[in-house]
Design a protein around this ligand. Structure first.
Ligand code: PMP
Ligand code: GLN
Length: 389
């Protein structure tokens, strides 16, 4: 069994623990408010008006065209809606279909650790091997990688580099210089880069997401994956997409058609509507998330945790050592019982024992009053374990 040992995902485990213990759930990254009303109405209208049968396997044309316009308007990247865009069941299916479609058993896939949990599972399903390159905090607390470590990770068996920026769980948004370093390695070794851009619009303090496909020589070797879940606060809708040159997309689609074949046309039309009409809503979401990031960061600091304000995503990394432990995994398993708050241990996304250990990921995509409640609970708990420093 390819997935022996994978067990239950950390998100399912910690969300169940949150319910069992009545904890505030700052673990699993989902918003606790809805997306744009008109988008939801568009889905309801579709469900009431016959958008209930299998749509085309590659996705409804309206959505593929809306994705093409979005990629062109935001990044200047041109993709053909018929041959270079595939709608998937969330980014998760896009990632799985890509890795399964492009890897042979025995191939190696370079991933940046901590890595999103589905990467490890999907690489194992493909019979490939993950080769981690570590992201470590610098003196400011921002997580970044060492270019020499990246270069050294490539072997004659390397097939893909799996990149994620804005990055879950560290919140890092890769700079142009960092992306250029990745591009240089990919071009030198003729590698394909699979880029997970689900947080493309959730960046803060004026920091902008740069798709690696915009760098010279990269579009033709890039499979870019995104999702409506994060941009429009509909993580349960599971509408994602893959943009890639036709031969690569064809390989991805060959797998996708046997995983799920296709997915709800009403939701697809609603997301097409949103991509064309609701980008102002997304801009508001982005500034509201920045405020909530600052609220949670200040709250975590006030209880003695060391945090760095992330440049993107839903997540803050907190170093829990000031609360008397360097074991983030144990801390997270005890915290719901002791404090009534759930976070996710960063170490579960890592192979190397020295990456992620004392860090805990807290999600700030929650209402301000929920963040406040979590901070108050943490403050009561912190007062019992250590003087804040
Ligand atoms: N990639 C990353 C980095 C994520 O954080 C998530 C979770 N939203 C996904 C992929 C999966 O996205 P989706 O829910 O669209 O499958
Ligand atoms: N992407 C979400 C997170 O990182 C979780 C999605 C899931 O539960 N699989 O929190």
């Amino acid at each position: 069994m390819a997935l022996r040992g994978f067990g239950t995902t950390i998100f399912a485990e910690m969300s169940a623990l949150a319910i069992d213990t009545g904890s505030v759930n700052l673990g699993q990254g989902f918003p606790d408010t809805d997306g744009p009303t008109a988008m939801v109405e568009r889905a309801v209208e579709g469900l009431r008006n016959g958008e209930n049968q299998y749509p085309p396997g590659r996705g409804v044309p309206e959505l593929r065209h809306a994705i093409a316009s979005h990629r062109l308007d935001h990044y200047g990247l041109r993709y053909d809606a018929d041959n270079e865009i595939l709608v998937t069941v969330g980014a998760t299916e896009g990632i799985s279909a890509t890795v399964l479609g492009l890897c042979d058993p025995g191939d190696e896939v370079v991933v940046f650790e901590p890595y999103y949990d589905s990467y490890a599972a999907t690489i194992a399903l493909a019979g490939a091997t993950r080769v981690p390159v570590s992201l470590r905090p610098d003196s400011t607390g921002r997580f970044g990688f060492d270019v020499e470590e990246l270069r050294a990770s490539v072997t004659s068996r390397t097939r893909l580099v799996l990149l994620n920026s804005p990055h879950n769980p560290t919140g890092t948004v890769l700079t142009r210089a960092e992306l250029e370093a990745v591009a240089e390695v990919c071009i030198a070794h003729d590698l394909i880069v699979v880029t997970d851009e689900v947080y493309e619009h959730l960046t803060y303090d004026g920091c902008e997401h740069i798709p690696i496909a915009t760098l010279p020589g990269m579009r033709e070797r890039c499979v870019a994956i995104s999702s409506a879940g994060k941009s429009f606060s509909v993580t349960g809708w599971k509408i994602g997409w893959v943009c890639a040159p036709a031969p690569l997309l064809q390989a991805v689609n060959t797998v996708k058609q046997f995983l799920t074949y296709t997915h709800s046309p009403a939701m697809q039309h609603a997301v097409a509507y949103a991509l064309s009409n609701e980008m102002a809503w997304v801009a508001d979401l982005r500034s509201s998330l920045q405020e909530r990031r600052d609220q949670l960061a200040a709250g975590l600091e006030s209880v003695g945790l060391r945090v760095t304000r992330p440049q993107g995503t839903y997540f803050i990394q907190a170093d829990v050592r000031p609360l008397g432990t360097a074991d983030g995994a144990r801390f997270c398993r005890e915290l719901p019982h002791q404090a009534g708050v759930v976070g996710i241990p960063t170490s579960v996304f890592c192979d190397s024992p020295d990456v992620g250990g004392p860090f805990v990921r807290f999600a700030f995509c929650k209402r301000p009053e929920v963040i406040d409640e979590a901070v108050q609970r943490l403050a009561r708990f912190a007062a019992t374990v250590a003087p804040s420093s």
